[in-house]
Design a protein around this ligand. Structure first.
Ligand SMILES: Nc1nc2c(c(=O)[nH]1)N[C@H]1C(S)=C(S)[C@@H](COP(=O)(O)O)O[C@H]1N2
Ligand SMILES: [Mo]
Length: 220
């Protein structure tokens, strides 16, 4: 009896299989080769360390809000239900923390920053965002980085709600920058014309934080 899961090999299936192996078209870019996956100075971990300033806010879906302010056509103040009503996406990415650990293949689910940007419509002058979290943490990043195709306002990790320790009920994930840019317990996204330093950036860390360029400290 024929095995229906074994489709006959055709030119198309073999080509598509090769694309999948290369990661082509999957996210609109060609995946880095596996040998190139770990940025310089990083080592791989299997667990997921917790790093923050030590004040982990207790939020419920009732007390949670997300405010989008500054240079946008449509400022927003979303409660949990309004946030859940936005389109939901999945994003698979690696974590690179400036303290030198990296963690591969994290499955995030939530609202892609691009879908949020479609709603709020940044004004032409908007070039940076300042993020403020419920624990008082701040971090800044260029709008172009915030708008990366795999950046996500994540509410779930590996199919389960993000824990409080890791920034639940919602945290930002910007996988192509060091993880300190990925604000946990995100409360406000403020669109600005000029860049200014957030918490770690005022304390000697880089304004952009690209792990591939090893932009760790402000002098790098
Ligand atoms: N609100 C908030 N977000 C934060 C931090 C923080 O202290 N407060 N720490 C940052 C740093 S330095 C890192 S490395 C990551 C750690 O996220 P994790 O604890 O989920 O690994 O969160 C980032 N986002
Ligand atoms: Mo960090």
């Amino acid at each position: 009896m024929a095995d229906e899961t074994q489709a006959p090999e055709t030119k198309l299936t073999s080509t598509k299989r090769r694309w999948a192996a290369d990661g082509k078209f999957l996210t609109g870019r060609i995946a880095r080769p596996e040998t190139d996956r770990l940025p310089p100075g990083q080592h791989l971990v299997r667990d997921w360390p917790v790093l923050d300033l030590g004040q982990q806010p207790h939020l419920t879906h009732e007390t949670w809000r997300l405010d989008v302010t500054g240079l946008v056509e449509n400022p927003l103040s979303l409660d949990w239900n309004a946030f859940q009503a936005l389109p939901q996406s999945d994003s698979l990415s690696d974590i690179h923390c400036v303290t030198t650990w990296s963690r591969y293949d994290n499955n995030w689910r939530g609202v892609s920053t691009r879908d949020l940007l479609d709603r709020v419509m940044p004004k032409p002058e908007a070039a940076y965002v300042m993020l403020t979290s419920f624990d008082g943490y701040t971090t800044n990043l260029p709008l172009a980085d915030f708008a990366a195709e795999d950046a996500i306002l994540a509410t779930a990790w590996e199919g389960a709600p993000i824990t409080r320790a890791h920034g639940g009920p919602m945290r930002l994930v910007v996988p192509h920058l060091y993880f300190w840019k990925s604000a946990k317990w995100l409360q406000r996204i403020d669109f600005r014309a000029a860049d200014s330093a957030g918490f770690w950036e005022r304390n000697g860390y880089h304004m952009r934080g690209d792990p591939w360029l090893e932009e760790r400290y402000s002098g790098d």
